[in-house]
Design a protein around this ligand. Sequence first.
Ligand SMILES: [Zn+2]
Length: 120
Amino acid sequence: MTSNIDTAAVAPSAEAALPKRTWHYLASPASFELAPCACGNHETQWSEFAKHLWCAKCELDFVPAHNGVFDGPIPVKAALMLGMSFDRMNLETGCVERFDADTSTYTPEPARTAPEPSPT
Ligand SMILES: [Zn+2]
């Protein structure tokens, strides 16, 4: 059995190759019933990495064991009636985007301080 594949190429810096999140919900992962950290902490945050959460206690990005309400079909209007919010923060624009359940679209809110166009 010969293998020239260098499996050690998956280096500790592999984290840098993870796709970054471009937006996250304003509501916390716990409000969507995503699985807690393995340490038992339910008060996790959206990680900067896609599909990951951040545990401040462990200072660790992790993939939750399940994705709570997102694992099944979401009855959106029922979820909204239950107080769930799908509004989100666009990390590329810094704008809050409000969810419209009637059209299933997001509408960006104007930024509080619009960036001045750079003269460069
Ligand atoms: Zn933890």
